[in-house]
Design a protein. Structure first.
Length: 229
């Protein structure tokens, strides 16, 4: 059998990593962070357990990367949904609704994520977190920010605070109230984005099928010499 080409090996590694990210989101959503093991994630992904450590130093890094992937793909989907728009105010409204939608539709996962960020290591750098930051920064730029280096961290902090407030056990704040405060701060119309009383998709869909956020695809076919067809 001819050896696989470098490009095919790279694609297989990418898909293996994607399967682990998707599995992490699914297992933590079902069982919580503490009850989730790397073995359970590997089993759900159909991967060898030793492969997890090849891509991620530990469970915290894997789960945080997985949640940031879900967040940035949810945000991306909301920003680019039809009808497409370049209007900065509408895009900011969609961004707010997308993140609040995750708190509504995936409370276990997002609560565990917020708790993880309060650990000593805090944000753990990864490609998924950087992509989320890029999208949010672009959103404040398109909304007319004159100082995105200050306005992006503020938006991030306000969104994190709103998610936290919505998920505090026993005393959660209603998401429409949090939305109203954010929309008031940014002078957005209530009808922008996806108002909670319209039934429109807000980014957080509640779907159990997460495959569209984790582009694993089918394994490439190999031709002579290990080249993909």
């Amino acid at each position: 059998m001819s050896p696989r080409s470098a490009s095919v090996n790279e694609e297989l590694r990418r898909r293996s990593r994607e399967r682990l990210l998707q599995a992490a989101v699914e297992v933590v959503s079902e069982h919580g962070y503490e009850a989730t093991t790397l073995g359970a994630i590997a089993d759900r992904a159909g991967s060898a357990r030793g492969l997890v450590s090849y891509y991620f130093p530990g469970k915290r890094q894997l789960v945080q990367s997985a949640v940031h992937r879900l967040m940035h793909r949810t945000l991306e989907e909301a920003l680019e949904r039809e009808p497409r728009t370049e209007d900065g105010r509408e895009r900011l409204a969609r961004a707010i609704d997308a993140i609040l939608g995750l708190a509504r539709d995936r409370p276990v996962l997002m609560r565990q994520h917020m708790a993880g960020l309060l650990q000593a290591e805090g944000f753990l750098p990864c490609p998924e977190q950087r992509r989320l930051a890029e999208l949010l920064r672009d959103t404040v730029v398109r909304n007319g920010s004159q100082d995105p280096e200050a306005d992006y961290p503020m938006l991030r902090a306000l969104l994190m605070g709103s998610v936290y407030a919505a998920l505090v056990p026993g005393v959660p704040m209603p998401l429409p109230v949090l939305r109203a405060e954010l929309f008031k701060r940014y002078r957005l119309d209530w009808e922008s984005g996806a108002p909670p009383d319209t039934g429109a998709a807000s980014g957080g869909t509640g779907d159990t099928d997460l495959s569209r956020f984790f582009a694993t695809g089918a394994a490439p076919e190999h031709g002579p010499g290990g080249q993909s067809k």
